[in-house]
Design a protein around this ligand. Structure first.
Ligand SMILES: Nc1nc2c(c(=O)[nH]1)N[C@H]1C(S)=C(S)[C@@H](COP(=O)(O)O)O[C@H]1N2
Ligand SMILES: [Mo]
Length: 324
């Protein structure tokens, strides 16, 4: 499909479809080279300490039902410069501008709570725990915009299996890094730090819930939650916690950052639902980032962000207006 000629006068330029696709293809080729050991010395030097991670990321397309949407991925530039990562500022451009200070090595993820095998994983162990796959998911923010992103990771269930949750473990809590030295907004009053999130155990075990290490065939850029984040495609974006340092198995529904900040506005479930409005705005439609030109139509938001066939049964019989 040729790049559409866009009317001028936008506040910022957009990467053309063709350019972003070519760049994306090149990155994937590079990763394949690295994985196949065919890379020359110069390339190996370039890869430096990212080499290990890159090898792990040369994954295949996922076979999990619903894991690969045919929709056009959002331009890499947009997906990495229009972010929510409040530890680095509240403006969409802040994370790309400020997250260079994040230190992603060394990094450990502590897995604790109601499990038979609590364990601290080094990030390099996590990268090798299970084969990586590419998932192309829609991401829908509660603010009314959406993107399509090719993520790289493996099902969170792979990690969960290995730590053997006990019968009493009903929820999983994710705790993210809160480091004042490297995250300028930690300490500010916008949120209660650290940013935490949670899932019910069956949601956490669902194969679509992705433990994510990369996007567009590369390791995650800092602003997208390096070195490891969760992506839950049928829930509003804020459920997908970035830069995770702790995964805790608990009996009671855990508190979550946005629920603590505004209880009436952000519930625990936060399933994408066009029929349940945010108290201050409708959730019936969304704006796809990269399509916000003069003639772009808003898209209709889909129940469970379009993943109803895969996840609808998790909520059978639940009143989704009450459990929002
Ligand atoms: N630690 C942390 N994780 C976070 C957030 C945050 O502020 N801090 N924002 C959330 C929100 S509101 C969204 S929409 C997604 C955005 O992910 P993206 O920037 O990779 O698109 O990250 C989520 N994860
Ligand atoms: Mo969001």
């Amino acid at each position: 499909m040729p790049a559409r000629i866009r009317p001028t006068g936008f506040d910022h330029p957009r990467t053309s479809e063709i350019t972003s696709r070519a760049v994306y293809a090149q990155r994937r080729d590079l990763l394949r080279l690295l994985a196949g050991g065919a890379a020359g010395a110069a390339l190996a030097a370039w890869a430096g300490r990212e080499a290990l991670a890159a090898q792990a990321l040369a994954g295949t397309r996922s076979a999990v039902p619903g894991a690969v949407t045919m929709e056009k991925p959002t331009a890499y530039k947009d997906a990495t410069t229009y972010n929510n990562f409040y530890e680095f500022g509240t403006d969409k451009a802040d994370p790309a501008r400020n997250a260079h200070t994040l230190k992603t090595r060394p990094w450990t993820v502590e897995v604790e709570g109601l499990v038979n095998k609590p364990r601290r994983f080094d990030i390099d162990e996590l990268l090798k725990l299970s084969p990586m796959e590419e998932r192309i998911y829609r991401l829908r923010c509660v603010e009314g915009w959406s993107m399509v992103i090719p993520w790289v990771g493996y099902s969170l269930a792979e990690l969960i299996k290995r730590v053997e949750p006990q019968g009493s473990a009903k929820y999983v809590e994710f705790v993210t890094l809160a480091d004042k030295a490297t995250m300028p907004y930690v300490g500010s009053r916008v949120l209660d730090w650290p940013y935490t999130e949670g899932l019910r155990m069956d949601e956490a075990l669902h194969p679509l819930t992705l433990l994510t290490f990369g996007m567009y065939g590369e390791v995650l850029p800092h602003q997208n939650g390096a070195p490891v984040r969760i992506v839950v495609p049928w829930k509003y974006g804020f459920k997908s916690a970035k830069s995770i340092v702790k995964i805790r198995f608990v009996e009671k529904e855990p508190g979550t950052a946005w629920n603590k900040a505004a209880r009436q506005e952000y519930g625990f479930y936060s399933n994408v639902n066009p029929d349940v409005d945010h108290p201050r705005w409708s959730q019936a439609t969304e704006r796809r980032i990269g399509e916000d030109g003069l003639f772009a139509k808003k898209r209709k938001t889909l129940l469970f962000n379009g993943y109803e066939a895969q996840v609808g049964q998790l909520y059978a019989g639940m009143d989704l207006k009450k459990f929002y």
